[in-house]
Each structure stands twice: as structure tokens, then as C-alpha cells.
Design a protein around this ligand. Structure first.
Ligand code: SF4
Ligand code: SF4
Length: 423
């Protein structure tokens, strides 16, 4: 990334030396993992560009939006309804939390046995490394696991934090609770921006976010082809970028990329030969730049054909019903759509098992890899249940890891053995 944005970073009070270090590592990592791939789609040039400017041009756009009076809302989870943020004329960005940075500082606020994702978002804040966090007028947290819930209490002393309460069951009363929370968030974002959410504004925002989901659904469907027309790494990157790029531009670019993919599928071309073992990932979200596992899998002779993850189909599978006419009807449609998210925070969470099984079948996966971050109770519990549930249908293995590079060789050995078994 160029140095043209230093002044902006300085204004955002980033620690420039540490930030330089981060960008250097990120650039090298990206080169090794992404630019080394063969047969990449032309459409990925846009993604490469966006990523090369992740702390540059996109941040400049956010600063320009702020100069025009718009607000920026940062989020950590797919439960925060972007439709409401957009309807209030604010910009929503996902705060990534996928790198090991500032862990020592984070351990002053949260216990050592905390998952890497939580440590990462706290570490990025305390080490002043993230221009998205520093640009956020509001950071929205949610009570999706105990680790996050408690971490937000400490984080609130360092950022303008607002927390949404996510229910733990899918009962009628849980839906009511969630509806109240959606309305409470709507009032909060209206207060932040001074914009009243009208039916017209909300209808447009619902369409914008649904259009992005439809484009990503199109991408998911095209990945059922054999040979696989796009690598799992590239598809993951696309999903990661969907959280912070401008939604209109991003949707346009993904549809363009899908046109290219369709041609590839028709021509029988792919990123790996026909018959390459096809694996699916399932589990914890993989925030930027958490590319370790996909890289290890795809350098072990397999190709990833789908991600049952919040940075994947859990975020794109369900659309918001677009037939509502009043704000109340549209809010109900939002509540229903978000209640379908099968996060491991729910008990029971059997829909997720069904969704994984049906995804594996549609994408013709030869195996499923359950991915949990170390110390993540909800997904580690579900990994055991899922393995049991999928027994006899599709081979499954569970892996626990974090953001460090220490276990790469160990992961490689286990994954190679699994790939061999499903081949
Ligand atoms: S795993 Fe659960 S808490 Fe995490 S981003 Fe997904 S829905 Fe949100
Ligand atoms: S990865 Fe697990 S422990 Fe970490 S924030 Fe998500 S649900 Fe909580």
C-alpha cells in the first residue's frame, strides 16, 4: 500500500510505526497466499485492488462521507441489521478482527483463555492499529457468546459502544425480545444520524442489502460446478470484502465476476482439475486476514467449495421479505430474517446441522472441515454434534486453531491425511 494516506492515518491517531509493520506483514501474507494462485479470475483484480487499499482509499471514502455529515457504524457480527443503518443514511463496516495483533495489550483487559477473535478486536483498539475502528462513530456489539458479552464491558471504556441483546433460543418470546432490540437499535441509529427512518428509506435499504446477498448467492451456486471455477481463498476474500466495501459497487462487481464464472463453468474450466477433492468449511467466522486454514487446505491437494460461516453462507442464505409496505411490516420482516441466522449461540441449533448437510450435498462436497477458534465454547460444542450428525453421509473432521502460525505444520499433516481419505 502506498504512503499517500499517512496524514489521514495520523489524524486518526493510529500508531504509525506499528501500523507500518502490520501493513508489511499483511502485504507479504497476501502475496504468498493470493497472488501465487494459478488460473485466477479477471474479476479478482478488483478484490486485489480493494485489499491493497483496505486502509487507504476505502478509509478516505469513509472520511469523505463523514465530512458530508454521514456517520460510520462498526460491527462485529452479522446480527446487526445493516438495513437500518443504511436507512438512517449511515455507513456500516465490519470490523475484521482476524489477525494476531496487540494480544499482549488485550490480555490486560480479557483473560488469556479468550478466543483469538475477541483478543484481536481489543488488541487492534488498544494498539491503535485499525482505521475502521477509529473512524467509527458507533461500534455495535452483541451478546452472542459469554466471551464477547464480558469483553464488551471492558471495551466500552475505549470505544463508543452500543450492545444489542441477541436471544439464545428461537421461541416466540425470544423473537419478541429480538424485535424490541431491533426497534431499540433503530432508535439508536436515528439518534446518531438525526435521520428518521421512513418506509421509503427502509425499503430501499432492504433492497440494497438483499441485492448484495443475491449476488453472493449466485457465487455460492456457481461453486457447485466440477471443476471448481474459483478457489476457496478467493471466495472467502470476496465474502470478507462484502463487509466493508460500498454495497452498490460491490454488488455490481460480484455480478460481473459471476458472469465470468458462468463462462468458465460452461467451458468446463476451473482452478483445479476435475476430480480434485472438494471440501467445505463450517464453523467460526473467518475475519480478514484469517486465511491460514484455507491456504493450508488448498495447498494440500483439495479445493474449498463452500463456507458455512458468518463470513459465508450464514450471512447470505436468507433474504429479507421485500413485500412489507409500512415500517412496522418491514421491521417484522427484518426480525424474521435475522432470527433465521443459525449462530452457535442458539440452543438448540438443529437448523444449522440441516443446513450444513444440505450445503454439502448441493456443493457436492467430499468432506466437511469443522473449524473452531481455540477457546470458542459454542462452536467447539457444535463441532462434536455436527460430526455425529453427518456420520455416514459425508466424512467430517474438526480442527481447533487460532491466528498464530505455530501449528501450520501440524494442521497440514492432519489435513493431508483427511484429503487422502476422501480422495
Ligand atoms: S458466529 Fe454468531 S456471533 Fe459470530 S458473527 Fe456469526 S452470528 Fe455473530
Ligand atoms: S469465536 Fe466463539 S468465543 Fe469467539 S467471539 Fe465468536 S462465538 Fe465467541
Amino acid at each position: 500500500m502506498s504512503d499517500a494516506h499517512r496524514e489521514m492515518w495520523e489524524r486518526l491517531n493510529l500508531d504509525l510505526t506499528a501500523h507500518d509493520g502490520l501493513l508489511e506483514v499483511l502485504g507479504k501474507f497476501y502475496g504468498d497466499i493470493y497472488m501465487s494462485q494459478d488460473n485466477r479470475l479477471k474479476g479478482m483484480e478488483y478484490m486485489d485492488f480493494v485489499l491493497s487499499e483496505v486502509h487507504g482509499l476505502r478509509i478516505k471514502e469513509l472520511q469523505e462521507a463523514k465530512a458530508q455529515g454521514r456517520k460510520v457504524v462498526g460491527t462485529f457480527c452479522v446480527f446487526v441489521p445493516e438495513e437500518l443503518t443504511l436507512a438512517a443514511d449511515a455507513v456500516q463496516v465490519g470490523l475484521c478482527a482476524g489477525a494476531e495483533a496487540g494480544s499482549d495489550l488485550a490480555e490486560e483487559l480479557v483473560p488469556r483463555n479468550t478466543c483469538a477473535l475477541i483478543k484481536s478486536f481489543i488488541g487492534f483498539k488498544l494498539a491503535r492499529l485499525c482505521p475502521y475502528l477509529e473512524s467509527s462513530d458507533l461500534v455495535v456489539g452483541e451478546t452472542t457468546c459469554d466471551g464477547k458479552k464480558k469483553a464488551y464491558e471492558a471495551f466500552a471504556d475505549h470505544a463508543p459502544l452500543y450492545v444489542m441483546e441477541v436471544p439464545q433460543t428461537k421461541s416466540v418470546s425470544a423473537r419478541e425480545l429480538w424485535r424490541d432490540e431491533v426497534l431499540r437499535y433503530m432508535a439508536q441509529v436515528e439518534k446518531l444520524t438525526g435521520v428518521t427512518i421512513t418506509a421509503e428509506r427502509l425499503r430501499t435499504a432492504i433492497k440494497t442489502v438483499n441485492d448484495r446477498r443475491r449476488a453472493l448467492q449466485r457465487l455460492t451456486a456457481l461453486r457447485s460446478a466440477d471443476p471448481a471455477p474459483i478457489s476457496g481463498r478467493d471466495a472467502l476474500l470476496i465474502n470478507q470484502i462484502s463487509f466493508y466495501d460500498d454495497p452498490h459497487r460491490f454488488t455490481y462487481k460480484i455480478n460481473e465476476l459471476c458472469d465470468e464464472l458462468e463462462l468458465r463453468v460452461q467451458a468446463g474450466q476451473g482452478v483445479a482439475p476435475v476430480g480434485t477433492p472438494r471440501l467445505m468449511l463450517s464453523g467460526c467466522p473467518m475475519a480478514v486476514p484469517n486465511w491460514k486454514l484455507p491456504y493450508v487446505i488448498e495447498s494440500s491437494g483439495a479445493v474449498i467449495v463452500g463456507e458455512e460461516s458468518c463470513i459465508g453462507t450464514r450471512n447470505t442464505r436468507d433474504l429479507v421479505d421485500e413485500s412489507g409496505e409500512t415500517v412496522a411490516e418491514m421491521v417484522d420482516a427484518l426480525v424474521d430474517r435475522y432470527m433465521k441466522i443459525d449462530c452457535a449461540c442458539f440452543t438448540p441449533n438443529t437448523d444449522r446441522q440441516d443446513n450444513v448437510a444440505s450445503m454439502a450435498q448441493t456443493l457436492k462436497a467430499d468432506g466437511v472441515i469443522n473449524y473452531s477458534l481455540m477457546f470458542c465454547q459454542p462452536y467447539a460444542h457444535e463441532a462434536m454434534k455436527l460430526e455425529h450428525f453427518l456420520e455416514g453421509t459425508v466424512p467430517t473432521m474438526s480442527l481447533e486453531t487460532d491466528y498464530s502460525m505455530e501449528d501450520v505444520e501440524q494442521l497440514k499433516t492432519r489435513i493431508e491425511a483427511f484429503v487422502e481419505m476422501v480422495s
